[in-house]
Design a protein around this ligand. Structure first.
Ligand code: OXD
Ligand code: MN
Length: 587
């Protein structure tokens, strides 16, 4: 039964159904009753495996097609009328040409299948941040994941009323043909099409497709920002909570930082850390001139391998109920899950992520390296009491970071907003050959948005600069690097919970409670200002971690110049000036 009389919704659903020709249409109302029936159906068809009801209540395992296990950046498109508007960092095709291609692929593709119609909201329904979407999909897996990752169902349509203001999304699994796999955004038409994939990041459209690529466009038009950032609240012993957001490229420990547990010394003194978000932040200027952040999602779609009771006990706790695991190993002794890095006790009897018998001696991975958990945010023991606050949380600091073996110090503060935007625009990570200490290739990933910015990267930087003009009380901008290595390629800084020591300094800087040393790259802590009690790190080691090597930085600026040249005429003059000024300070 249709759940709305919204003519814009009904005509579009009818149009998509006429093209894909599903046998049935099911409107997702979001009720537990309906979701539970869908879970039963997926278990009966083998799409989901129900896990141990005592150890993992409400949890399921799903295996995706082995050729469909990750986001496909090479097949992800921004289709706006002018290629220049997609810019040099995005794949582009003419929208009419792409539409014709997609229609051909999707024609009749849902014959024999059901089309599920999912109304969903990014952010709290009815809040000032909220944006609505409809995803039409032929996958129960997508429905059940969207039920964890977003607020969804009937209340979304009630709130939307007769408005045309929603993002249209079509997901057609077709036959999972890699060569015809497309993840396509039409930012000028508020539309997303995912075809020939059924894997999370490609098809859970609320996440990267909507909340970053489409939303970054909306933010630019409407004067707000959609960012690839975690959001944290840090409560000091006085009970005051200060908030920050942080952007890191993949594989830099973002989920771990988002769920950080304070070191013993801090815990004893009454510090607490609250998770507001682990992946995406929408930022708006509040009435008081501060920048407010919400996490538009309602769950975590986290990478499983490496997650353990040691590295991230909060994430582990979040996945102990009502979670969907994708492409992890199945422990057939007790019908639970396992992945590399969970513990040192791989199951004696297991099936690997492809469903084949597996043991630790097999010489292959039990879980796919990009295997995932989809867990409700409210399961996380450190979820912030402000998680559902429709106004968001006020940011004191914005942090950028990357994985750099030598060049970036543990932490430094930008000179001002413009310089902070410069720091974000040149963010980079290196691949490191840990054993030899060799420095690998530098991959620039501006604001961690390289695969997620839905328009021209140069214009996106300009939007950041322009936002600086609208935020009365601007968050201070910092850069961190947890990954400096010694001459043997070993990490010098202990990382994980100990990173709170650096966040503590950052927040004290934001409230003018601590000094700093000025260097050519920005403000660096005095070694005595970072709390080291309870660590093995000596003051001398810390001093080393904070050093700025001018020679390395001169090389760095040369790399930045080459990178900036790719932006052509879209490079904001303010950023070109920042680079010149940095070079001059390094002379
Ligand atoms: C993610 C990513 O899955 O950034 O969050 O790749
Ligand atoms: Mn991400």
């Amino acid at each position: 039964m249709e759940l709305t009389s919204n003519p814009h919704v009904l005509s579009w659903v009818a149009e998509m159904a006429a093209m894909t020709k599903p046998d049935r249409q099911v409107w997702i109302d979001g009720s537990e009753e309906q979701l539970s029936a869908l879970r039963e159906e997926a278990v009966a068809s083998g799409e989901l495996i129900r896990l141990n009801g005592e150890k993992l209540p409400g949890c399921y395992l799903h295996r995706s097609d082995p050729s469909d296990v990750a986001r496909v950046e090479g097949r992800t498109y921004i289709c706006c009328k002018r290629q220049e508007d997609a810019g040099p960092t995005n794949n582009w095709m003419d929208p009419d040409e792409m539409r014709a291609k997609l229609r051909e692929i999707c024609e009749g593709s849902m014959r024999g299948r059901t089309m599920y119609i999912i109304p969903y909201s990014m952010s709290v329904i009815g809040s000032p941040f909220a944006k609505y979407g409809l995803e039409l999909t032929d996958s129960i897996y997508v429905v059940l994941n969207m039920a964890i990752m977003t607020r969804m169902g009937r209340p979304v349509l009630d709130e939307l009323g007769d408005s045309p203001d929603y993002i249209r999304g079509l997901h057609a699994s077709v036959d999972l043909d890699e060569k015809n796999r497309y993840i396509v955004h039409f930012p000028e038409e508020d539309e997303i099409w995912s075809v020939n994939s059924a894997y999370g990041g490609n098809v859970l459209q609320g996440k990267k497709c909507f909340a970053l690529r489409i939303a970054s466009n909306l933010g630019r038009q409407e004067g707000w920002m959609a960012e690839h950032m975690l959001i944290l609240g840090i409560e000091n012993p006085e009970g005051e909570v200060r908030y920050l957001s942080a952007a890191f490229p993949s594989a830099c420990g973002k989920t771990n930082l988002a769920m950080l547990i304070p070191p013993e010394h801090y815990r004893r003194n009454g510090w607490k850390v609250w998770c507001v978000g682990d992946d995406i932040a929408w930022l708006r200027v509040g009435q008081d001139g501060r920048l407010y952040a919400v996490n538009p999602e309602n769950g975590f779609f986290g990478v499983a391998p490496g997650t353990s009771d040691k590295s991230n006990p909060n994430a582990m706790a979040a996945t102990r109920r009502d979670t969907i695991f994708t492409n992890v190993a199945l422990n057939t002794d007790d019908n639970t899950v396992w992945w590399e890095g969970m513990d040192k006790n791989p199951p004696r009897h297991a099936l690997d992520w492809t469903g084949k018998p597996w043991t630790a001696e097999s010489g292959t991975k039990g879980a796919h390296p990009n295997s995932r958990f989809t867990a409700p945010a409210k399961n996380c023991p450190s979820i912030s009491p402000e998680f559902d606050n429709p106004q968001g949380v006020p940011l004191s600091a914005i942090i950028f970071g990357g994985r750099r073996a030598r060049v970036a110090p543990l932490v430094y503060q930008s000179r001002d907003w413009k310089h902070g935007v410069f720091i974000g625009s040149v963010m980079a990570s290196e691949t490191t050959a840990a054993a030899s200490g060799a420095v690998g290739v530098v991959r620039r990933d501006p604001m961690a948005m390289l695969p997620f910015c839905g328009y021209n990267m140069g214009d996106y930087w300009q939007h950041w600069l322009d936002m600086g003009g609208h935020i009365g009380k601007k968050p201070k901008i910092f850069n961190v690097n947890w990954f400096r290595t010694d001459e043997n390629g070993r990490f010098i800084w202990p990382g994980f919970g100990e990173n709170l020591r650096v966040l503590d300094w950052i927040l004290r800087r934001c409230f003018d409670e601590v000094g700093a040393e000025e260097t050519p790259i920005g403000f660096v802590p005095r070694p005595e200002d970072i709390e080291l009690e309870g660590t093995d790190v000596s003051r001398a080691t810390l001093a080393g971690l904070l050093q700025v090597d001018r020679e390395l930085w001169r090389e760095e600026t040369a790399g930045i110049r080459t990178f900036y040249q790719k932006m052509g005429g879209h490079l904001p003059p303010d950023l070109a000036a920042e680079l010149d000024a940095l070079e001059a300070r390094l002379k």
